[in-house]
Design a protein around this ligand. Sequence first.
Ligand SMILES: [Zn+2]
Ligand SMILES: [Zn+2]
Length: 416
Amino acid sequence: MTINVQNFIQDFRDLYLKSPQCGSWTRASENCDYGDITTVSKDCYMCFNSGNCREAYYCEDSRELKDCVDCAFCEACELCYECVDCNNCYGSNYCQDCVNSEDVHFSYDLKRCRHCIGCVGLRDKEYYLFNKSCTPEEFKQALSTLDISNPLIVEKVDKKVEELKRKVPRMYVHQFDTENCTGDYITHSKNCHRCFDTRHTEDSGYIYQANLDKGTNDSWDCGPIPTGMDLCYDIAYSHYLFNCKHLYWCGNLKDCQYCTNCFESENLFGCHYIQRKQKGFYILNQQVEEDYYRKTTRAITDLLRRKRIYTLHDLLNKDLSAPTPEISDSQLERKCVLCGEVFELTENERKFYKEMDILYPIYCPECRAMQRFRLRNERKMYKRTCGSCKNTLITTYPPESPFIVYCLDCYWKHMG
Ligand SMILES: [Zn+2]
Ligand SMILES: [Zn+2]
């Protein structure tokens, strides 16, 4: 079998369209049909990228929620509504950045508090109204008039809290157990450059939404939800990788580049929808000899450089007839070709690019992250038929989307 190097980009795109996509990644869950990437959950509705939840509705990027509605980036909460970045809270509404608290409402940055309304920055307090101590009776009275179904009341309380938020000092970043990190919402990490919503990450940069248990090391431009990665670049929605570049929706790979929907393999280049259990060398889903693989992937890499392909998103979508400006490698402060924002290449980043044989980026970190985010569908649900078993799917793929979409069972059953 021979690979037509000159035709690689088109062949890669054609193969992508011919390869099945998974209609819904909800697994090990019961009665959670509406939503996506919901795992080990029960009776949830319209939850995305969430796990270990029970009776959660419209919750995103959260874990271990029970009886919660409209929460995002929350963990281990119960009976909460409209909360963001809360951890281990109970019976609370409209709260942000609250931890180990109960019966707190319209509050910001509370730790170990109970029975508070409209409070900001308190620690170990109970019975407080707008940062002032009150009696249990006064609290009860205030709570009984706090009708959250009335938008006028919500607006009034919000306004008062906003004023308080301006007066109470807050921490300049949300970091916990970190060393030498820039970015926000980082825990248990070291030497991170501009990472967000990341935990257990070391010596890495521009890692976004790495909010699962296993960490990321020596990697740049990964996320959303990368987990267990070493020496990786330009990765979205994938897990357990070593020395991989430009992947989307992959897992347990080593030494792979430009792949989607690939699992348990090594030495894949430009492949879609395969699971090889680590045997052989593959280009465009075709098995080749090792020598041929090395030579041909080098030639394809050179071609992609000449065609100014920087990311997996470029390889899938870039209009090749449109000219791309040339920026010299010595230019470290550069203007993003997509949004015009000025960004800088740090020394660590350059070292990584050199070691990993990656072109210096011409898109800013935010645009690169946006490209990875856009590989997935919008968080909207549609009815569609499984391309194989014809069962009805509730999926983020709109009926008119051109892809072959399978249910989870068929997706795994037919994978080569
Ligand atoms: Zn940009
Ligand atoms: Zn099916």
